[in-house]
Design a protein around this ligand. Structure first.
Ligand code: D41
Length: 672
């Protein structure tokens, strides 16, 4: 028994669910809750089971539940999937442009550039607007048919949207399947828990996930896709690559939002640098930028070589990964007593910088990655952050590698270490430990604290080792005569240091609080305290409950602060500091009317590029206005300030309904 009503309901559910998939997975802008989506999908599944004749190829139920294959079929690409030539320098790119200008006889060429994703290239075939086949690139001529697996990718449209250009009879679209960094992390965490082998990187995880004979396995993997190229197309023509990408977006495909359309070659080079800056903050891995001649008639005139088109090139980022030997594992003791294992590496150049140390974070990390002394390790350096060991090269093991054990006693002061419950960190809790003392003093004199010129790591160590500096207060009674006899010190350098210390005697309250290095108390918290309590005495007199009441202050931080000022030892040091002529002023409380600033007490996140100021200038201005500035968008964020080319944070803010300020609006509010 079948009536029109049921047919209509099934068609309505199919359309609505595909539509909601698009809002959620392509636009990052869901219109209904996950629960509501599941409810609709459940209803559709029920109806399709009862009336199988209503199942269509593009029904959202087809994303899951295809029977497992025993092998992949092969499919020849109607038009070979070429690869890309690589460029490694600006000169290579300028040569590429010169070649193209010469071969086309044009003075200037317009390019469209896309980030180069490090994933798996695939081709999707749509007949009359419906996805009928997906295949891997294979050797470029013949690939494997992975249609059921690709259907599980939620950002792949099962049917083209109709608000785009007229639906072509045939459309082959090419793109890159990838897994986000976070998805990769979660996938490997799950595999670790189940004792399964880990994927080495997101690219391998994406490739492995696409190569499953059972698409239920693929469906459980967080695959995503960006489209960038065309194969065979009938029923529609494109004049430009940028126009093609616009059409793809209108048909419901995900196109990389960082794509730059119709730009000059010099602009492309500038964008390459910008992409390098953005790279560490992207939610997925990229390994360069692809530059394509925008005009299709010029592409055709240029033609192709055997393996790659003459009209496109990949400008790869320099490798920031190298393999080297872990010669030893040392343990460093930080300011708060945390023991951090550090790999001593056979020195190696990574992305142009010599690297001889890499942090191993903690003993759990070492266990998880099974890092041993003597291992060959893959080391990365992302931007200017501390080098990391990505993984060890298990196949290079000789059997002579040594397992590292975290020491039971502090390597510096010898006192027994403690592993706190629920924390990965092992701590030396001896406050008199020389290592902690050195780190505390370094923090005290650092740029954001007392900012004492010329008092670097080496000199702090020397002063502590010589017994001249055992607490913060000692710093202000140092005499030139005590310094002169030290190694690498002379009359002049000793005098300079004394002068620098003298100059630092006057300090704003928030910097003074930061300098103390109280647990969990960074710049933000220090500023909040300075604002709330006005003077050091006011702060010292505050109860934990008073501190906790400050907007933006966490309970753990409040507790740490109260505990710090409760300690008689700390009180004595503070007394000595103020007795030695340190003058603490509150520059934050002095600004009139500031408490009423629209951003006071608000939490903001900055993203993208501002034209009127740098991000750190904006941060400073906001903090002066009494705002908190954090790095990631959450439900606690009051505003997202979105400059040019804002990326994933903007999407997140929209998802969470966090108000977004563009630069003009931001400056207006900041000035008011
Ligand atoms: O993001 C990529 N990995 C990417 C790969 C991209 N953005 N554009 C590409 N364009 C092409 C041409 C110009 C040949 C259509 C590509 C690739 N090819 C490609 N990926 C793997 C092999 C070739």
């Amino acid at each position: 028994m079948m009536d029109d009503k049921i047919t209509n309901r099934v068609r309505q559910l199919q359309t609505a669910l595909n539509e909601h998939s698009y809002y959620y997975h392509v636009l990052d802008d869901p219109k209904i809750s996950d629960a509501e989506y599941d409810r609709l999908l459940h209803e559709l599944k029920g109806l399709e089971e009862k009336y199988p004749q209503l199942v269509t190829q593009d029904s959202p139920t087809r994303r899951i539940g295809a029977p497992p294959l025993s092998a992949f079929e092969q499919a020849e690409h109607a038009i070979p999937m070429l690869s890309l030539d690589n460029a490694f320098s600006d000169q290579d790119i300028l040569d590429f442009d010169a070649r193209i200008r010469k071969n086309t006889g044009k003075d200037a060429i317009q390019y469209t550039v896309e980030p180069k994703l490090d994933g798996v290239a695939v081709e999707l075939r749509y007949e009359n607007g419906v996805l009928v086949q997906a295949a891997t690139r294979g050797d470029g001529f013949v690939g494997e048919v992975i249609t059921a697996n690709v259907r599980t990718i939620r950002s792949v449209p099962l049917r083209l949207r109709t608000d785009g250009p007229l639906c072509p009879d045939l459309l082959e679209v090419r793109g890159e399947v990838f897994i986000s960094r976070k998805g990769f992390q979660q996938l490997n965490d799950k595999r670790l828990a189940k004792g399964e082998p880990l994927f080495a990187n997101p690219r391998n995880a994406a490739a492995g996930s696409l190569r499953q004979l059972d698409s239920a396995v693929t469906a459980s993997r967080p695959l995503d896709i960006f489209m960038y190229g065309r194969g065979q197309v009938q029923g529609v023509a494109f004049d430009t690559q940028s126009g093609f990408l616009d059409a793809l977006a209108a048909w419901g495909f995900a196109v990389n939002p960082l794509t730059q359309k119709q730009i000059a070659i010099t602009t492309a080079l500038t964008f390459y640098r910008r992409l390098m800056d953005l790279r560490p903050n992207l939610s997925y891995e990229i390994d360069g930028m692809v530059i394509k001649v925008d005009q299709v008639d010029l592409q055709q005139a240029l033609g192709e070589k055997i393996k790659s088109p003459r009209w496109a090139i990949a400008y790869k980022f320099a490798a920031v990964e190298e393999v080297t030997r872990i010669n030893d594992i040392l343990v460093q003791v930080g300011r708060t007593g945390t023991l951090t294992p550090v790999a001593v590496l056979e020195p190696v150049k990574v992305g142009g910088v010599m690297v001889s140390r890499a942090t191993l974070h903690n003993s759990d990390e070492i266990k998880k990655k099974d890092i041993r002394i003597g291992d060959q390790a893959l080391v990365t350096r992302a931007g200017d952050v501390i080098p990391k060991v990505v993984k060890i090269m298990a196949s290079a093991r000789t059997g002579k590698e040594q397992i590292f054990e975290m020491p039971s006693h502090c390597p510096v002061c010898g006192s027994k270490v403690l592993r706190l419950e629920d924390e990965a960190a092992v701590k030396c809790i001896n406050a008199a430990c020389q290592a902690q003392r050195k780190e505390r003093i370094r923090h005290f004199v650092s740029k954001k604290g007392f900012d004492i010129d010329g008092l670097g790591k080496k000199l702090v160590e020397q002063l502590v080792d010589e017994g001249l500096l055992s607490s913060f207060a000692d710093l202000f009674s140092l005499k030139k005569e005590q310094l002169i006899p030290l190694d690498r010190m002379a009359e002049k350098s000793a005098q300079n240091l004394v002068t620098a210390i003298d100059k630092a005697r006057q300090i704003p309250l928030h910097r003074f609080i930061f300098a103390l290095g109280i647990d969990h108390t960074g710049e933000n918290a220090a500023r909040l305290l300075a604002k709330a309590f006005d003077t050091l005495d006011g702060l010292m007199a505050a109860e934990e409950a008073d501190i906790e009441q400050i907007h933006g202050m966490g309970t753990i931080t409040a507790k740490a602060i109260a505990t710090f000022f409760d300690s008689p030892e700390n009180q004595a040091v503070l007394q000595k500091i103020t007795d030695s002529g340190v003058v603490i002023t509150n520059t934050l409380a002095e600004q009139p009317g500031e408490k009423d600033h629209v951003f006071a007490g608000k939490t903001l996140v900055l993203t993208g590029t501002l034209s009127a100021m740098t991000r750190s200038e904006a941060k400073k201005a906001l903090m002066d206005a009494g705002a908190n500035v954090t790095g990631s968008v959450s439900s606690k964020t009051d505003f997202l300030v979105a400059g040019k080319d804002a990326g994933s944070k903007l999407n997140k803010a929209r998802t969470l309904n966090v108000p977004v300020l563009d630069e003009d609006r931001f400056l207006e509010m900041l000035g008011s």
